[in-house]
Design a protein around this ligand. Structure first.
Ligand code: ATP
Ligand code: MG
Length: 563
């Protein structure tokens, strides 16, 4: 009985090759980038054809659920049909044209995926934003991007309306809502009556497709522009090897739609492999929702943030059976080896970590079949030539700490952002010698594995020692009292700055004597790693972004009395 399933797996792999082997060769620099590329017509519509021909397994292409029991399932054909209608809504009643920009601020609802694909089909530039944006944030984004249209829901429409009078570029407002709203076109109503015929525009590989605003921790948010081929072709290798996806896989990535990880792992990587994108529109991150969903649905592949894995292992997983789960991945933040070990003990599965930025596709990854070194981000992912360089852009010897960088000369990789829009100085400031400097510090070992040390700004310089927060946090979390921690620099009259740890305690330790606990943690860290003293503060929670990333900068600024 094993044979057919193995054959099936092989067939599935062959199917993926039919669609993406050409793009994979481009990723491996064996073939030139084509002049034209469009993810909707060149990838999605091809999967739709294979599905029609009965060659793709009968898994959905998109499977969405919420906590009220609603469900949406689309095949590639249905996704094609609906996204063509959506494309006609954008072109016609919304009067948008190729090259126009549209801001889309929607939670994890199916329309977000339709509008994303509709933008590809029409050549309209898609600018996602998180639902946590305020009126002021939205105004800034509308003005900076000169967007002609904004698409949102009932929750954020009043915020948009409050800033409209001052927006000279905005022409159209489109609402995704059951009811109608004055001054807004209604997406659902228009979708119903929109024609289903639409000719996908022939976009050039280098035409802009997507703009992301960074989270703006270092000044006003920057606009990161990507071309059609950048994410469209650049995730082929990740989809196949890091995520290990085939058309029979069901991939659940928990990211919010406002974070870049959502297009990486809930659009391009899974759909290039013909897999099913699974979405739970959970309003909050609840460990119970996650484990119940993994138990009830045939999810084969799972991605969530490192902080979420941390919460899950603390919740305890041995009571649950994840019948179909076979591959787990993470990224966006460093994953503490301790969390990885516990996940493995509790579920039997490894976590394959990858590293990337809004500006890039996957920079490093642990791919299936490779030896995992807990705490490492894995090896360079093609087509990137990733090196650790000094501030002049000169390559440092293996084992030495420096800037993690991507080679951009003689050829800038097609899957690196085109530019920070309207900010040539900022774009230029990331280029040193032959390299794009990521702003992260790390080490490459003898075997080519990368080890994250910290964001350049987060590195602590204490009496001449450079200390990365990640290693201290990884040591702290090995102590049973520690649920989570964040390490940041704090001013010190003698040493200039010192290491300070903000520690969230596990519930069982809340009643312990804090002074004794602090001493114990000091001994624990010293034993594992540092001869230096670290300051400790016990806190109830850590500041985090919408993507669940720890904002060490917020803690650092507080320590230094900065705004
Ligand atoms: P901003 O640029 O506005 O400050 P951001 O850098 O947090 O926002 P992203 O582009 O989503 O926005 O995040 C990329 C950054 O996340 C990387 O530069 C790195 O610091 C961190 N990161 C991503 N993956 C990993 C990983 N596996 N290990 C450690 N850090 C990671
Ligand atoms: Mg960044």
């Amino acid at each position: 009985p094993q044979l057919p399933s193995r054959l099936f797996h092989k067939d599935n792999r062959r199917l993926v090759s039919q669609i993406v082997s050409h793009y994979e060769s481009i990723n491996r620099c064996e073939q030139e980038l084509p002049e034209h590329f469009n993810f909707a017509s060149d990838v999605l519509d091809k999967w739709s054809q294979l599905e029609k021909d009965g060659k793709r397994p009968a898994t959905a292409a998109f499977w969405w659920i919420n906590d009220k029991g609603d469900e949406v399932k689309w095949s590639f054909e249905e996704l094609g049909f609906l996204s063509r209608k959506a494309a006609n809504v954008l072109s016609n009643p919304c009067e948008l044209q190729r090259g126009d920009r549209v801001i889309v601020i929607l939670p994890r609802i199916p329309e977000w995926w339709l509008l994303n694909v509709a933008c590809m089909r029409t050549g309209i530039v898609f600018i996602p934003g998180t639902s946590q944006l305020t009126a002021k944030d939205i105004f800034y984004r509308l003005q900076a991007s000169k967007a002609k249209c904004i698409i949102t829901n009932d929750t954020l429409a009043p915020a948009v309306d409050s800033v409209i009078p001052d927006c000279q570029f905005l022409k159209t407002k489109l609402i995704v809502s059951e009811g109608s709203k004055h001054g807004w076109l209604n997406f659902q109503e228009l979708l119903k009556v929109a024609p289903a015929d639409h000719n996908c525009v022939k976009t050039k590989s280098r035409d802009p497709m997507l703009i992301y605003f960074t989270s703006g921790s270092t000044g006003p948010p920057k606009m990161v522009e990507h071309s059609h081929s950048s994410y469209g072709i650049g995730f082929t290798v990740s989809g196949r090897y890091w995520l290990n996806l085939t058309p029979s896989d069901i991939f659940w990535n928990t990211s919010d739609t406002g974070w870049v990880k959502s297009v990486w792992s809930s659009v391009f990587s899974p759909w290039s492999s013909g897999s099913c994108v699974f979405i739970h529109s959970m309003p909050r991150f609840e460990p119970t929702t996650i484990v119940n969903t993994l138990s009830r649905y045939p999810i084969t592949t799972f991605c969530t943030a490192p902080t979420a894995y941390c919460m899950l292992v603390q919740h305890g997983l041995t009571r649950y059976k994840f019948m179909s789960l076979r591959h787990c991945v993470t990224g966006g933040e460093p994953l503490n080896p301790e969390v990885m070990n516990q996940w493995k003990t509790q579920t039997g599965l490894d976590i394959y970590e990858a590293y990337g930025q809004t500006e890039t596709v996957t920079i490093c990854a642990n791919v299936k079949g490779m030896k995992i070194k807990p705490g490492s981000m894995g090896k360079a992912s093609p087509p990137y030539d990733v090196q650790v360089v000094d501030d002049q852009g000169d390559i440092l010897p293996r084992g030495e700490e420096g800037n993690i960088a991507i080679r951009i000369k003689p050829t800038r990789p097609f899957c690196l952002f085109s530019q920070y829009l309207d900010n040539p100085e900022k774009t230029a400031s990331t280029e040193h010698g032959n390299f794009y400097i990521t702003g992260d510090r790390g080490i490459m070992d003898e075997e080519g594995y990368f080890w994250f040390v910290g964001r350049s700004d987060d590195i602590i310089n204490s009496s001449g020692y450079r200390i990365g927060p990640f290693e201290v946090e990884s040591a702290l979390i090995q102590h049973p009292a520690v649920a989570e921690s964040a390490v940041a620099s704090s001013p010190d009259p003698i040493r200039g700055e010192v290491v300070k740890a903000f520690v969230v305690l596990n519930p069982g330790f809340l009643s312990h004597d804090p002074e004794k606990l602090a001493l114990e943690l000091q001994e624990h860290v010293k034993r594992l790693l540092l001869p230096t003293n670290i300051q400790k503060e016990f806190v109830q929670e850590l500041p985090k972004t919408v993507a669940g990333k720890i904002q060490r900068k917020v803690l650092r600024n507080k320590e230094w009395g900065r705004a």
